[in-house]
Design a protein around this ligand. Structure first.
Ligand code: ARG
Length: 593
């Protein structure tokens, strides 16, 4: 379907044309004086010079052409030459009826569907997830869902940090604790046990212990570095231990991400491209791109137009070891060969901005990607506590994700019990806990996604979990309210599928209808700009418009059956649109709360 604003603009362009002016002047925008009109066109002012005419005269000529338009109920010229417009109730009604009937509410497929790989999540195996990983998962998941829904072919890759020093640290700590394990016997040639010599709980304790020891003990650190190198060089026992660490951790990661309603098509990691590094390095050397500098292998990525410092991209350290850059570049090479993507999107903290600039430039310069492939880094801001500093636990430590989720769910549970008591209904413990999880996730995700990703934001537990204001729970509360009206309508014998949207009976109904009608414009913009916050703003406006309509209208007690059915049809559409939008944001709504 065409966008509502485009239809309105077309009608106005025709009027400019018919009145003898350039049709292009007829572009319409949302009114910035909603007290006066719904839409406005400033074309008469723009045309005044060209036609040597007072803008007011032009505006009047155009308005005269629109007196019996099917689109406009009212078009008036206002000094010094604005066109103030209100659309016909029947025009909006027909538009919504068509939306209701169309696949994806009339969203148009992209002109050029793209193949996209999105790299998000990025957990480090053996280390626990912390709030920094939360933003990557939340924003990445939503962008993936939006692009997929809009009609692109998008694959999510978790890109685990599974090949670095943390692996060597875990192995070293194990070796110190249990030197008798068969994995450390270099003369052993048999099969290794199927069962890991540790549980996830043990692993969660082993890594921090090892990490702390390596900071105090030089020998320990050296041993861990050596273990990392042995692992990467393929020492059998170390590889076997690494596989155990991976199996135990990945199972745990999958549980964690499932609880966040986040899923990945590809569970690849840095280790997957290890074998590709030598050929990539050879290619970079043969092409004359990589050269030795202080023993290390680097590629210059500076450009003449640079105003900021742009250090070379390091490919190998002086001891020949691969770095974070190396695996990222090899991963680009691998992705290009396997999937031929049109676009690669990365989600990390914005402190990695310079890093990705270097990597992208290096990938282009060395021909790992072709001209047609777009490389995008979305750098997000920090989630801060109320003190404006990065979010911490009460005692000042890095907040593990699980602790944060536990806190939110606890707070949500309290609110849900309070609400049930206030409304006077019974809610059993099990339902209350399930609902708290659903609403808690919405609170966290909406609190995050409603901000522009690049901005820092303050994680405010009270605000995020509130049933009022620009919050996830408010959106869900509105949906629950609609669902409950629809359920009552059905109980009274009404049939939802028999209802048809009617012309708006009052202003608040029309406002709600006009909000809903923005759907395809919003989704398209959210996809083009990779901006979930657009969808948050849209559903917040819808929730406000709906609640105003709800408070001004006695829906279920309406005597006029057609009128009532029309409202119910509008509620069904509102609820369907909200459901679709929250799914694009990555959360869901309970039946009651
Ligand atoms: N593991 C990294 C971290 O925790 C994030 C990985 C981001 N993705 C990438 N392709 N570099 O900081």
């Amino acid at each position: 379907m065409q966008k509502l604003l485009d239809l309105i603009s077309e009608e106005t362009k025709r009027a400019f044309d018919a009145a003898g002016y350039d049709g292009q002047l007829g572009r319409v925008t949302l009114s910035n004086r909603p007290d006066l009109c719904e839409y406005q066109c400033n074309g008469a002012m723009a045309g005044a010079k060209q036609y040597h005419k007072a803008p007011m005269a032009i505006a009047q000529d155009v308005a005269a052409q629109l007196t019996d338009s099917d689109v406009f109920a009212e078009v008036s010229a206002a000094a010094p030459g604005f066109l103030n417009m209100k659309v016909k109730e029947s025009f909006v009604r027909d538009y919504l009826r068509q939306m209701k009937e169309s696949d994806k509410f009339g969203l148009q497929a992209p002109r050029q569907p793209e193949k996209i790989i999105i790299d998000y999540g990025g957990p480090n195996v053996a280390k626990s997830l912390h709030v920094g990983h939360l933003r990557s998962a939340i924003i990445g998941e939503s962008i993936k869902r939006i692009c997929r829904y809009a009609g692109h072919d998008i694959i999510g890759d978790i890109h685990m940090g599974d090949w670095g020093l943390q692996m060597g640290l875990v192995i070293t700590e194990l070796r110190r604790r249990q030197p008798e394990l068969v994995y450390f016997d270099e003369s052993y040639e048999g099969d290794y046990p199927e069962e890991a010599p540790f549980t996830i709980t043990e692993l969660e304790e082993i890594y921090p212990t090892a990490s702390a020891r390596s900071k105090e003990d030089e020998d320990y650190k050296a041993e861990a570095l050596e273990a990392t190198q042995k692992l990467q060089n393929g020492v059998r026992g170390y590889r076997a231990l690494w596989r155990h660490i991976m199996n135990v951790s990945v199972a745990d990661l999958k549980r964690n991400y499932r609880d966040l309603n986040v899923s990945f098509e590809l569970w690849k990691g840095e280790s997957d491209v290890h074998e590709l590094i030598p050929s990539m390095v050879r290619m970079m050397k043969d092409g004359g791109y990589a050269y030795e500098s202080d023993g290390a292998l680097v590629v210059d990525v500076k450009q003449e137009s640079d105003t900021k410092e742009m250090p070379p991209c390091m490919i190998l350290k002086s001891d020949g070891a691969a770095l974070y850059n190396t695996t990222d570049l090899a991963t680009i090479m691998d992705r290009m060969e396997r999937y031929h993507p049109d676009k690669l999107i990365y989600l990390t903290d914005k402190r990695q901005e310079l890093y990705f600039e270097q990597v992208f430039r290096c990938a282009r310069k060395t021909g790992l990607v072709n001209e047609k492939t777009t490389l995008v880094h979305i750098g997000f801001g920090t989630m801060n506590g109320k003190d404006g500093k990065p979010f911490k636990t009460r005692d000042g430590g890095v907040m593990p994700l699980s602790a944060l989720i536990r806190e939110i769910n606890g707070e949500m549970l309290k609110k849900i019990r309070e609400n049930a008591a206030e409304k006077g209904y019974e809610i059993d413990e099990k339902e209350a806990e399930e609902t708290a999880k659903t609403v808690g996730l919405a609170a966290v995700k909406y609190g995050d996604l409603s901000n522009q990703a690049s901005k820092d934001y303050i994680f405010d537990m009270d605000r995020f979990t509130s049933f009022e204001g620009d919050t996830g729970p408010y959106i869900l509360y509105t949906m629950v309210r609609i669902k409950s009206i629809l359920a009552k309508y059905t109980e009274q014998g009404g049939v939802l599928t028999d209802t048809v949207i009617q012309s708006a009976a009052n202003d608040s109904e029309k406002s709600l209808m006009l909000e809903l009608a923005k759907y395809n414009a919003v989704i398209e913009a959210a996809c083009e700009e990779l901006a979930p916050h657009r969808i948050c703003a849209y559903i917040y406006d819808i929730a406000n418009a709906f609640n105003r309509f709800y408070h001004e209208t006695k829906i279920l007690s309406e005597e006029d059956g057609q009128k009532k059915a029309g409202w119910i049809a509008l509620l069904v559409l509102t609820e369907e649109i909200l459901e679709t939008c929250i799914d694009l944001l990555g959360f869901s709504a309970p039946d009651r709360m």
